[in-house]
Design a protein around this ligand. Structure first.
Ligand code: NOJ
Length: 571
């Protein structure tokens, strides 16, 4: 077996702390709750946890607006609670990575309060200040990217909300302060970081205006109305053109190299970037360890053709890195519609959710799962504007109602669809009031999706052998016990097939066939042309269907509608 690093072997599980488990009964998730669920996570079979921000924050962007980088948000607990959680996770061999938000702080961070207090304070240059807005740049969350601060009679730049001012990374003092924070948690023993929005850290030095003939809110409205292929293409182009001068600008690779060298001072830590650009992995050794394969997820429908094209493209790019590259696949996170909802067809949602889980867990690379996926949680559309916590959503609602005269009912529907609250509702632990997330009678920070009563909860699914939870557990176990599924090379088979996606994972001593049938048809397939399968029998390792035999001839394989089939080639 190859010696892989822990983060190459691992399956990561993202915890959204506010919504995972409420240990003190105040309606908000916390470290006590997460710690109580560590046995559940170890039992599920994941190896590493990524925590979305747990730092003090005024929560304009649900924790991604940090006001103290070396502390714990009081609603999540104390520093001792964090240390206890980390120790307990490590005892169970669960690694822990944190979210690292470098681009911006909260506008309530003491650094910003000082910076905005005058033009000549010691931190005057820690953020991006100008006398007048130099261009038409937009914030991707709330309108203009330049906001006036009367204290300085100047404007500051923010890529995200105005409560999230961008740091000036050209200032060495900013770097030093942030690297100190990075070291703080590494010294405590965390295993690495997920880097938030790294593409936004630097801006075009020439401050070139964007060329899109509309502002952010108009572009959102345009995007909602876009239906034809031309309109959809135009929409993509507009989004790209609107932000291209605020993304991926010079300076970022040097910064990532610097960060990597800090992380490398510690043993066995890792960095994964919230970006799909493989360039952020440098030569494969000197920038980030991983970047997410978002293009796999960026589609309305996961089809065999889409997967094959995606893999061909990503693997070719990774292979170009001189020190080698490692893939990282994911379909869900706290910013995206839940996979059960967004890749469903409203008829076979359950089958498709299982296929897509198997996809992420069998493709070559490190998988990232999002909490709740394993019980088939779905998006939940809010029904009242007062429930919206994702402030980019409430900003959008009020702007289209007030400035554009959109009827409040329509605005609510649009907002419920665009806001990320829909995929951040509390985790369902049981068929009990509040889904067992918080005690009965407590108002949870976001409403609980009532479908926990229909079996979408951990307690009921643990007792049901056919549940999606037990399906995930089984798949995770098979993955762990099958070296080729972790370290093996990827070879697509039957590349013109439209109904199914078939591929081999081949390690030194093992060849494994995976067939994902994305159709309602029963398939009769012959894989004996593949040299690894020639004259071999297929020994079933996993099937989502019912099979009367374990061994099958590679030349005569019958696959049930929507079946996931994984088998090892045996002489
Ligand atoms: C990406 C995070 O995933 C998202 O939730 C957040 O709003 C932005 N970055 C800003 O930090």
């Amino acid at each position: 077996m190859k010696t892989l690093k822990w983060w190459q072997n691992a399956v990561f599980y993202q915890i959204y702390p506010r919504s995972f488990a409420d240990g003190n009964g105040d309606g908000i998730g916390d470290f006590k709750g997460i710690t109580e669920k560590l046995d559940y996570l170890a039992g599920l079979g994941v190896d590493a946890l990524w925590l979305s921000p747990h730092f003090p924050s005024p929560n304009w962007d649900c924790g991604y607006d940090i006001s103290d980088y070396t502390n714990v948000a009081p609603e999540y607990g104390t520093m001792d609670d964090f240390k206890h959680f980390l120790g307990e996770a490590h005892k169970r061999n669960l690694r822990v990575i944190l979210d690292l938000v470098l681009n911006h702080t909260s506008d309530e961070h003491p650094w910003f309060l000082e910076s905005k207090s005058s033009k000549d304070n010691p931190k005057a240059d820690w953020y991006v200040w100008v006398d007048t807005p130099p261009n038409n740049w937009q914030s991707c969350f709330d309108g203009e990217a330049w906001t006036y601060a009367p204290e300085r009679n100047q404007y500051y730049y923010h890529y995200f909300m105005k409560q999230q001012p961008d740091l000036n990374w050209k200032n060495p003092e900013v770097k030093k302060a942030m690297w100190d924070a990075v070291r703080f948690w590494l010294d405590l023993g965390v295993d690495g970081y997920r880097l938030d929005a790294l593409g936004t850290i630097f801006e075009d030095p020439a401050l070139t205006p964007h060329t899109v003939p509309m502002n952010l809110v108009e572009l959102r409205r345009f995007s909602e109305a876009a239906k034809t292929p031309e309109e959809l293409k135009q929409k993509e182009k507009y989004w790209h053109d609107m932000f291209k001068n605020q993304w991926g600008q010079p300076g970022i690779h040097e910064l990532m190299k610097e960060l990597r060298s800090i992380v490398d001072e510690y043993e066995d830590r890792m960095l994964v970037g919230e970006d799909d650009n493989i360039d952020y992995m440098g030569n494969g050794m000197d920038e980030l360890h991983l970047v997410f394969n978002f293009p796999l997820a960026n589609t309305d429908r996961i089809t065999p053709k889409h997967i094959r094209n995606n893999q061909q493209d990503r693997i070719a790019q990774l292979n170009k890195l001189s020190a080698g590259g490692w893939a990282c696949n994911t379909l869900g996170n706290h910013d995206r519609s839940r996979i059960y909802t967004c890749y469903g067809d409203k008829v076979h949602d359950a089958e498709l959710a299982r296929l897509n889980a198997a996809l992420v867990l069998t493709l070559k690379g490190t998988p990232f799962l999002y909490n709740g996926e394993e019980i088939g949680m779905t998006d939940y559309m809010l029904t009242n504007i007062a429930q919206v916590k994702d402030t980019m959503g409430s900003w959008y609602y009020h702007t289209i109602v007030t400035d554009m005269g959109v009827h409040p009912d329509e605005a609510l529907v649009r907002t419920a669809e665009m806001t990320r609250d829909k995929n951040r509702t509390p985790m369902h632990w049981a068929n009990k009031p509040n889904a067992g997330f918080s005690p009965d009678g407590v108002e949870t920070w976001l409403p609980v999706n009532p479908n926990y009563k229909a079996g979408i909860n951990v307690h009921d699914q643990e007792r049901n052998p056919d549940s999606i939870l037990n399906y995930y557990k089984h798949l995770l176990k098979v993955r762990r016990e099958t070296p080729a599924l972790v370290e093996g090379n990827y070879t697509p088979l039957h590349e013109n097939a439209e109904d199914y996606f078939a591929f081999l994972r081949t390690a030194e001593k093992q060849a494994v066939l995976v067939v994902l049938n994305y159709s309602e048809k029963r398939l009769n397939l012959n894989f004996s042309d593949a040299k690894e399968l020639e004259n071999k029998n297929l020994h079933t390792l996993f099937s989502s269907g019912v099979r009367s035999h374990v061994e099958h001839a590679a030349s005569k394989l019958s696959i049930a509608p929507f079946e996931v089939f994984i088998a090892e080639a045996k002489a």
